[in-house]
Design a binder for this molecule. Structure first.
Ligand SMILES: Nc1nc2c(ncn2[C@@H]2O[C@H](COP(=O)(O)OP(=O)(O)OP(=O)(O)O)[C@@H](O)[C@H]2O)c(=O)[nH]1
Length: 351
């Protein structure tokens, strides 16, 4: 099939992909802080109804970060992505480079193919962030997704090498090589990749023709959207979110997170803690690791709140049990808590 050739002045797009919690937002923020000399616009997709990632992305300029929520840009809200990009390019002062952070369950091939008939856009490269500590488990559980994310990469960023043993790293390299022999690889901590390595293109527009589209379903717990285009699916994810305006107790929250079932792959969000009520805390749960950090940001005029998003295996999310679990973390009236001195807490899940 013939496709329109991108215009000579087509705007380059970098697609950042990788499984849940691999370090995509960390990479995005690194790029945004770097000396890139580009007028960037950023499109951030979280497939739950609450977009935590877009709140964690450093604003480039007001209006230059667009959130795409409540679906996955590789399937259910594919058209939203295209419309958002066309809207950005139609601006009087359009961006010179587009950065797309896909959700952790997206298939990057589908995202790239969305722009096949959009000659104003040229895919510059697909960057796949791999969590060196967890990728082999992900690959066992979500084989097709891992294959598609790594198989489409121009550059595989092997992140979190600080928490991976040397033999684990060898196995990760071997795994990646078996899927994608052409991609460059780089080992990093905190997604610290030199910008020159990130922005030198590499995407081969004819490559998608040789690959099979993935068959991935995603849906929000309670709203089963089975409207994916290619429906012999391999993997199903669900999301669930919880919000409260009441302060939580750190100890109870820690207990609730430590014992989360292993079918919950990812949790993240903002936390209002009774132990330090004036500052916003950020909770990140990836694999077995959980971190809660105070970034020094006060609530200001905002009514403090906790907003958590969980992503897990479809059908294995007992939303009522989760609701009770998180309600049990509310600090209550007479918790007698003292103000915390530390600003960062880490713990391991037991599952
Ligand atoms: N130990 C360690 N942790 C890291 C590294 N890079 C990122 N993290 C942590 O991993 C967690 C997830 O990072 P994110 O950048 O939010 O990952 P993501 O891929 O955007 O996550 P999703 O959008 O949910 O798919 C955060 O707690 C990060 O601080 C690293 O190199 N080493």
């Amino acid at each position: 099939m013939d496709y329109p050739t991108p215009h000579a002045d087509a705007t380059p797009m970098t697609i950042i992909t990788g499984f849940l919690g691999a370090g995509k937002t960390t990479l995005l923020n690194r790029i945004l802080h770097g000396e890139h000399g580009l007028k960037l616009a950023v499109l951030v997709n979280d497939f739950g109804s609450v977009n935590i990632d877009s709140q964690l992305v450093t604003q480039v300029e007001a209006g230059d970060t667009i959130e795409l929520s409540n679906g996955c840009i590789c399937c259910t809200i594919r058209d939203d992505l295209k419309q958002a990009v066309l809207g950005l390019l139609a601006r009087e002062d359009p961006p010179t480079h587009l950065l797309v952070e896909t959700s952790g369950v997206s298939d990057p091939l589908e995202v790239a193919l969305t722009f096949k008939y959009t000659p104003q856009v040229r895919i510059d490269s697909i960057l796949t962030v791999v969590d060196a500590e967890n990728i082999l488990t992900v690959a066992d559980d979500h084989r097709v997704l891992a294959l598609n994310q790594i198989g489409m990469a121009d550059l595989v960023i092997i992140n979190k090498v600080d928490v991976a043993e040397a033999d684990q790293l060898d196995r990760v390299h071997h795994y990646i090589r078996n899927i994608n022999k052409k991609a460059r690889t780089v080992e990093v901590v905190q997604a610290d990749v030199p910008l020159a390595v990130l922005f030198d293109g590499g995407y081969d527009p004819s490559r998608p023709e040789t690959l099979q589209p993935s068959e991935i379903h995603t849906h929000e717990a309670g709203h089963h959207h089975h409207d994916h285009e290619h429906s012999t699916h391999a993997t199903i994810f669900e999301t669930w979110s919880w919000r409260s305006d009441q302060p939580l107790s750190l100890k109870s929250l820690q207990r609730a997170i430590e014992s989360l079932p292993t079918s919950i792959y990812r949790a993240k969000g903002f936390v209002y803690l009774a132990d330090r009520p004036d500052e916003r805390a950020l909770l990140q749960v990836v694999g077995q690791r959980s971190n809660l950090t105070f970034t020094g940001e006060t609530w200001g005029a905002t009514q403090p709140y906790t907003q958590l998003v969980l992503i897990g295996k479809a059908g294995a999310m007992d939303t009522q049990a989760l609701q009770s679990r998180f309600e049990s973390t509310l600090a209550g009236q007479s918790s007698g808590l003292t103000r915390l001195a530390e600003t960062a807490f880490s713990w391991l899940r037991r599952g």
